[in-house]
Design a protein around this ligand. Structure first.
Ligand code: BMA
Length: 818
């Protein structure tokens, strides 16, 4: 336990007990109760089999956390510093209540001086059952506030300021976790403490930047605090007179030759180290100098929706982020960094921190700053209706003020968005359909509270009312109207439309659209026994949280493919199908640039092993789709896009770079034996930051029994290949590919080189092994006689001489029983 004369870190081992059952275990804090009970073997692994059902009792009762600590000096003022306390909690020290917490998204700093004593002290946190607390709050509402049972099988989560997906979601386990996921420390208040740091950037006409840094100092009484501001080499000391309450102190740094921060793929991620110090406290922030604008100028179909960074419009390529794990104790900065790196490795430059999870930890945004991932930051409200009573709104106001101030210095955050889908939710419940006025006014009170608090805390931040939203004070259907704002386009998945249907809309910015797949076989094996490996087994159904999801996956397969021969191939094909769905959308929408300026698919990651819309498995493996994402998000990309009547095929060339690009494109035909015949070669030029048509061909040029294929190289070194089937894959009389595989362990670096050669046509060749790691490419095509050398880099190097077993899938063998 790190102790100094002004600081006691209370993280570490606590005792967990329940006043309602005689369970007792030790719990690592920060951590969650379920993980502690599992570690103590009091509950089975909640993620395995049908254990979700077995552990339901945990959240139905209260839990108590206790520990002791020693103090030999209690002079002066002491406060408890707590954040990520989940959620309705009573904290007492030596029997005296010091805090009643009710918001997992607030930081609490109660004065505890009077509760302390010299010698041994005891701190106790009573975590009240969220299920009971939610029900009690619902009963007190002046009118019923509906929540979405389709997402949340555990009721009344909308009453509580904690991650909404804790109550279940259409991809999450429903176990209502509880615990403490952040800091818990006792600190002595010496003269003053730094409460917040805010920065404002002024980018001057002459190219210089003024960075105004404001530190808010909190004090209990008058005094003089020695404050240092340091930016790079420049360090200034200010002796500041503080008074009781908060005293803001500002220093302006003038930066003569600023290095700008850019999103990944558009330039460097230059970061300046800023520190603000008091003798007893040092706060460090990494500052990226950049300007952000959201362009929403009116135009013919409605209005634009484009992010401009440092004066340049940037097409946003990305995915939605949900919490890294359903249980906090199973997450770690390393695991999260791996997921975010996978986003960047797949050519993303933006993630959306979706409103049903957490405001993530500081280190999460530090990673985004470093990696160049722009963050669309939702406030944490999703898919429910919410109270608008004054106590609720006051709580929200404090939360928004705190979170905005905590996060606003991060260059990665480019947008603050009020919520996820709260406007649409007004149409989902009988109560709000019957009395839309009441619920819309209630919504507006909440939304307005968030907006005002956000703008006060970060006057330069960009506010967007909701996702999706057609515009400011526009409560229209942003699911189907594509003229303005951001769109959530779910007709293909939730309304069972064909993949072509993505080409019937022209979004300005699509911030959600998705298609499900099964999680990869090695991950399935972590929760299912061999007997459960059947798409309709109870275990598979429990690990599918979207009603009808398994049917949708299988039903879509019937439409496009011949049915796979066994369960592993069903899993494989579900991932190829998912990739093709999202590829259809992204390729078309990117080709509409600058009409469309962003595609953020649903969803990057998983919180536990489950069938879902994610492109990364729980644990971080790349599903087949993620390899496709890397290709269709490449800054310079070519796509074959059929016309509405399928009579023409247009090769669109997208250029997200700031330079002219010329591309050599070779288009060929491939027959079912894999024989390639050249059809056309063209050179096309695309101006900076644009999309154009490189070539259009008549569909009649592709004879029956042939695929259209192409490869290209671009003047900036990028390149790629692809194929296009005019019709469905199931109509193709594919012949066995005759794959030959050679693998070699590479001396020294722990990687494996795999060379795959095909005698015939092989589509979507996918390599898989039980060992975690990344392939240099996967889900690729081979024509007859072609080879590919793939490098497999295991996450942890395996023992020399013990090559793992690799499995190979391809479309033909997946569908044929021979
Ligand atoms: C969107 C999201 C989530 C959900 C997803 C899939 O609307 O905002 O609520 O998980 O759809 O249904």
């Amino acid at each position: 336990m790190p102790v100094s004369n002004n600081f006691v870190d209370l993280a570490g081992s606590w005792q967990l007990t329940s006043p309602e059952s005689d369970h007792s275990a030790s719990m690592a804090v920060p951590g969650d109760v379920h993980s502690a009970l599992h570690a103590a073997e009091l509950i089975p692994d909640p993620y395995f089999g049908r254990n979700e059902e077995v552990v339901q009792w945990v959240a139905k009762q209260d839990w108590v956390l206790t520990r002791s600590f020693f103090l030999d000096d209690i002079s002066g003022d002491w406060y408890l510093d707590v954040d990520y306390l989940d959620t309705v909690a009573t904290v007492s020290i030596n029997g005296a209540v010091v805090l009643e917490g009710n918001n997992c998204f607030q930081r609490y700093r109660p004065d505890v001086s009077k509760a302390l004593k010299i010698g041994e002290n005891t701190i106790r946190i009573m975590l009240h059952s969220s299920i009971r607390a939610g029900a009690a709050l619902q009963a007190k509402q002046p009118f019923y506030i509906p929540y979405n049972p389709g997402n949340s099988p555990i009721p009344d989560g909308n009453m509580l300021r904690k991650p909404q997906c804790h109550f279940g979601w259409d991809w999450n386990i429903a176990i209502a976790p509880l615990g403490l996921y952040g800091t818990i420390a006792l600190k002595k208040l010496e003269t003053a403490r730094i409460e917040h740091i805010a920065t404002r950037q002024f980018h001057n006409e002459d190219g210089t930047v003024d960075l105004a840094v404001t530190a808010s100092l909190f004090a209990k009484t008058q005094g003089i605090a020695q404050l240092y501001f340091t930016l790079g080499e420049e360090r200034v000391r200010l002796d500041v007179g503080v008074h009781a309450g908060e005293t803001p102190v500002t220093h302006v740094f003038h930066i003569e030759k600023p290095k700008l921060w850019w999103p990944a793929g558009s330039g460097e991620q230059a970061l300046y180290m800023l520190s603000v110090e008091l003798p007893s406290q040092t706060e460090v922030r990494r500052i990226g100098l950049r300007t952000v604008e959201l362009i929403i100028d009116k135009d013919e179909p409605g209005s634009r929706f484009a992010f401009k960074i440092n004066g340049r419009e940037i097409f946003c390529r990305g995915a939605n982020w949900i919490p890294a794990d359903a249980l906090y104790s199973r997450s770690s900065p390393d695991k999260t960094e791996d997921l975010l790196q996978s986003a960047v490795a797949a050519n993303m430059n933006m993630i959306r921190v979706w409103g049903g999870g957490f405001y993530e930890h500081d280190w999460f945004y530090d990673m985004c700053d470093r990696l160049g991932l722009m963050v669309w930051q939702d406030f944490m409200f999703a898919c429910n209706l919410y109270p608008s009573t004054s106590d609720f709104l006051e709580n929200v106001e404090a939360e928004v003020a705190y979170q905005t101030r905590r996060l606003a210095t991060h260059p990665s955050i480019v947008l603050w968005c009020g919520d996820n889908e709260l406007v649409g939710a007004l149409t989902w419940f009988e109560e709000s359909r019957k009395d839309r006025d009441r619920y819309l006014v209630s919504y507006d009170r909440l939304n307005r509270t968030i907006e005002v608090a956000m703008k006060k805390a970060a006057p330069d931040g960009i506010w967007w009312p909701s996702s999706p939203a057609s515009g400011y004070l526009d409560f229209g259907d942003a699911w189907h109207a594509d003229g303005s704002g951001d769109m959530h386009y779910w007709s293909v998945w939730h309304e069972n439309k064909s993949f072509d249907n993505y080409r019937t809309v022209r979004p300005r910015f699509c911030s959600e659209f998705g298609f499900q797949s099964y999680t990869s076989l090695p991950v399935l094996k972590t929760y299912a026994d061999p007997k459960d490996m059947n798409i309709a087994s109870p275990v598979m159904e429990l690990h599918q949280k979207n009603a009808g999801g398994n049917e949708r996956i299988a039903g879509t397969m019937f439409r496009y493919f011949r049915f796979p021969k066994d369960f592993p191939n069903f899993v494989y094909l579900s991932q190829i199908q998912q990739g093709l769905a999202i590829k259809s959308a992204v390729e078309y929408w990117r080709s509409l640039k600058p009409h469309c300026m962003g595609t953020i698919y649903w969803q990057l990651n998983d919180t536990w092993p489950v069938a879902s819309w994610s492109s990364l498995d729980y644990g971080g493996r790349w599903k087949a789709m993620h390899y496709l994402v890397k290709r269709f998000f490449q800054p310079v990309a070519i796509a074959a896009i059929p016309s509405e009547d399928n009579s023409k095929i247009r090769f669109s060339l997208v250029n997200d770079t700031f330079h002219d690009i010329s591309v050599d494109l070779a288009v060929s035909l491939i027959d079912m034996k894999g024989k390639r015949t050249s059809l056309r070669t063209v050179q096309a030029v695309c101006s900076p930051d644009a999309a154009c048509t490189a070539l259009t061909i008549d569909a009649s040029e592709v004879p029956e029994g042939h695929l259209l294929a192409w490869h290209f190289t671009a003047s900036n070194g990028m390149g790629g290949q692809g194929h296009f089937v005019n019709g469905t894959y199931k109509a193709l009389e594919l012949e066995p590919a005759g794959l030959e595989v050679l693998h070699e362990e590479v001396e020294g670096d722990g990687t494996v080189e795999i060379t795959v050669t095909s005698q015939g046509l092989a589509l979507f060749v996918m390599i898989e092994t039980e060992i975690e790691g990344r392939y240099s490419d996967n889900a690729f095509d081979l024509a007859a006689g072609e080879s590919r050398r793939i490098v497999f880099t295991p996450t942890t190097p395996f023992e020399r001489g013990k090559l793992p077993e690799f499995r190979f899938y391809d479309l033909q063998s997946c569908q044929s029983v021979d």
